[in-house]
Design a protein around this ligand. Sequence first.
Ligand code: GUN
Ligand code: ZN
Length: 437
Amino acid sequence: MSPHPTEVKVLRGRVLSFIDEPQAIDDAKSYRYIADGAVVIGDGKIVMIGEFNPRAAAHHEVIDHRPNLIMAGFIDPHIHFPQMQVIGSYAANLLEWLNTYTFVEEQKFGDEAHAQRIASKFFDELIRHGTTTVASYCSVHPQSVDAFFAEAGKRDMLMLGGKVMMDRNAPAALCDTPQASYDDSKRLLETWHGKGRAHYAITPRFAITSSPEQMEMAEALAREYPDIHIQTHVDENLAEVELARELYPNLKDYLGIYERYHLLGPKTLLGHCIHLTHRECEVLAATRSVAVWCPTSNLFIGSGMFDHDRLASHGARIAVATDVGGGTSYSMLRTLDEGYKVLQSRGQRLNPLRSFYMMTLGNARALSLDGRIGSLEPGADADLVVLDARATPQMALRMEAVGSLANELFLLQTCGDDRAVVETYVMGKAMKSALAG
Ligand code: GUN
Ligand code: ZN
C-alpha cells in the first residue's frame, strides 16, 4: 500500500462547467450541466465530473451540496490589494481619487506588518466572495509583494501579482527609480514566480506615473521574461488620457506608449480601455492583449462606459474584473450585474450564460490559464464555488418562479453577493466555512 493513498472526495450537487463561450442564451453546447452531479477530487485536482453514482461514491467522503450549484471558482483579473481601505472614497474623478486617497493609503504599505494584515484580510474577503484567483497590483514597496504571495501561499491560492513600478507624478514616498524598480521587480519575480501557485506580473502602474526611463526598464524585464504577465491601466478617464499624451507627445496615442516599449501581447492585461481610438482598438486586437473591463469602478469613479461590442467587433480579447478599491465590490456577481446594466443602457446584450462564462473560463482564457483554472475539466485544479440562488428571503421567493438554469444564473447575478456563496474550495479544500467569524 502506498504510504500516502490519494484522498478522494466527492462533491454532490448541480454541476455546471463551461466548455466554450456561449453564443446565445440557448447555447447548450457551450457548457456541461449535470442536475444530480458529482465532482470527484483527488490530490487537489478534478479527477472527473459526472452523474452522482452512490456505489462509486460509497468508499469516499461525500459532501452533499444539493440543491446548490457547483462551478469553477471566480477569477478577478484586475484588483488592487492595497486599496481595501479606499473603497467608497468620495472624489470628482480618477486623478482626484488617486491623489486624495489612493496615493495616501498606499504609503502605509511601507510598513510590513500593515501589508501582512491587509493581505490576510484580502484573501479572506476573496474566499468569502467565491473568488479563487486574482491578478492584483501590490504597492510600490517590495514588502507588499512578499506579504501578498506569502498569504496566498498559506492558502494555496493561485494568484498573480506584482510590485507597482512608479517613479513620478506621485508623492515621493510612493516613488521608486527606474533602476530600483527593475532590480526589485526582478528579485521579486525570481523569488516568487513559480513558487507554489504564484505568478509574478510586471506592473508599471500606468504611463502617467512611469518616466520613459522606467518604461525602458519594464521593457527590459518583459524581454528577459517573455512568459510573464504584464498589467497596467489605459484609457480609463479623459483627463488621464490627455495627461498621458502630453507626457509622451511624440507617440500616436495612449496605447501607443505601451506599444512603443513592447509591452503589448497575449499576456498583457490592460485595465479599463474605455476611451480607445480606432487605431488603439486595432492595436489591442492585433497584439492579442486583453482589455479588462471594470464596470463597478468605471461607474463609481465616473470614468465612462465600456463599449463591449465595439471591442468585440475588432476581435479584441475581453476580461471582466472588480478593480477594488476603485471598484465597489469584491463580488464577481455584483460586478457582472453592473456590467449588464452598462451594456443594457448602451443597447448591448449580455446574457447570463456569457456572464458566468466570463467570470470563470473566459477570465481563465484571458489569463492564459485555462486548463488549469476556470472549468471543471479533468486535471484542472479543484478551485470551486458553491452557489445558492435562494440565499436571501427575496431570492428564495423569486426562485419559486424561476424555471431555467439561465434564469437562475441571472437571479444570482442580479440579486446575489457573498451571501449566495455557500462554500469556496481551493485545491479541493473547503475554505469559506473554515474562516473565523
Ligand atoms: N490608474 C492608475 N492607478 C489606478 C488605480 O489604482 N485605480 C484605478 N481605477 N485607475 C488607476
Ligand atoms: Zn486598477
